[in-house]
Design a protein around this ligand. Structure first.
Ligand code: DX5
Ligand code: ZN
Length: 226
């Protein structure tokens, strides 16, 4: 794999009373993307934030030198389309959704892309990758869940490694430039195994925001990946 790795801290585990500052601090600590977990208390049993919060954070999503840091929106909502459009307007750079949350997966992908935003599909631990046979050519990102969606701080589910390997084969066979992201239970001490299975982009919430020094954790992760 020649692609460079990306670390995407999930602000689900940040201090919500100081979100702008948290985003700035984690970017100064080396975050490549900001992962933004949207939950609706319907598709998943939890409720987080919407497009207005994304829009408010957008001006903070840049390095101290002013370089833009992508906002990686992970929709855990059903229906998908109305809020996907709102997140595109709110400054999302990538929008991923769960295929089982949309009645018309192909249409939802096209709706995201028509806004000039990258589109991704997310796979729960017990969900197969079958839909990729019909969608791979249209997407920019595959997100493999290594926990059940809804909460931070859960343990990594090992069967995700086999699914990451499968997804890597599909991506390589397609010859397309598609990111392979993994979400849930990622820490400095397992990130290498996840990369070895074929992932190139790593979401980490509690591992980073649960420690006082975000940069130290991100540095440890990069060291493990090196
Ligand atoms: C879970 C979310 C994750 C979550 C990961 O539904 O999609 O992005 O923040 O949290 P950790 O890294 O703590 O497992
Ligand atoms: Zn997520």
């Amino acid at each position: 794999m020649t692609k460079s790795f990306r670390i995407a801290p999930s602000i689900l585990s940040a201090d919500f009373a100081r979100l702008g500052e948290e985003v700035k601090t984690v970017i100064a600590g080396g975050a490549d993307w900001i992962h933004f977990d949207v939950m609706d208390n319907h598709y998943v049993p939890n409720l987080t934030f919407g497009p207005m919060v994304c829009q408010a954070l957008k001006p903070h999503a840049k390095t101290p030198a002013g370089e833009a840091i992508p906002i990686d929106v992970h929709l855990m909502i059903s229906p998908v389309d109305p809020l996907a459009a709102a997140f595109a307007d709110a400054g999302a750079d990538l929008i991923s959704f769960h295929p089982d949350a949309s009645g018309h997966v192909h249409r939802s992908i096209q709706a995201i892309k028509s806004k000039g935003v990258k589109a991704g599909l997310v796979f729960n631990p017990a969900e197969s990758l079958d839909v990729l046979a019909w969608t791979l050519e249209d997407i920019d990102l595959i997100l493999i869940m290594s926990v059940n969606p809804g909460f931070g701080g859960q343990s990594f589910i090992d069967s995700a490694l086999r699914k990451i390997e499968q997804a890597r084969k599909l991506i390589d066979a397609s010859g397309k430039d598609i990111r392979l992201e993994v979400d849930g239970g990622i820490k400095a001490d397992n990130i290498r195994r996840v990369a070895d299975a074929g992932a190139d982009t790593f979401v980490a919430g509690s591992a980073i925001f649960g420690k006082p020094d975000y940069k130290a954790v991100i540095d440890q992760m990069r060291l493990a990946l090196a």
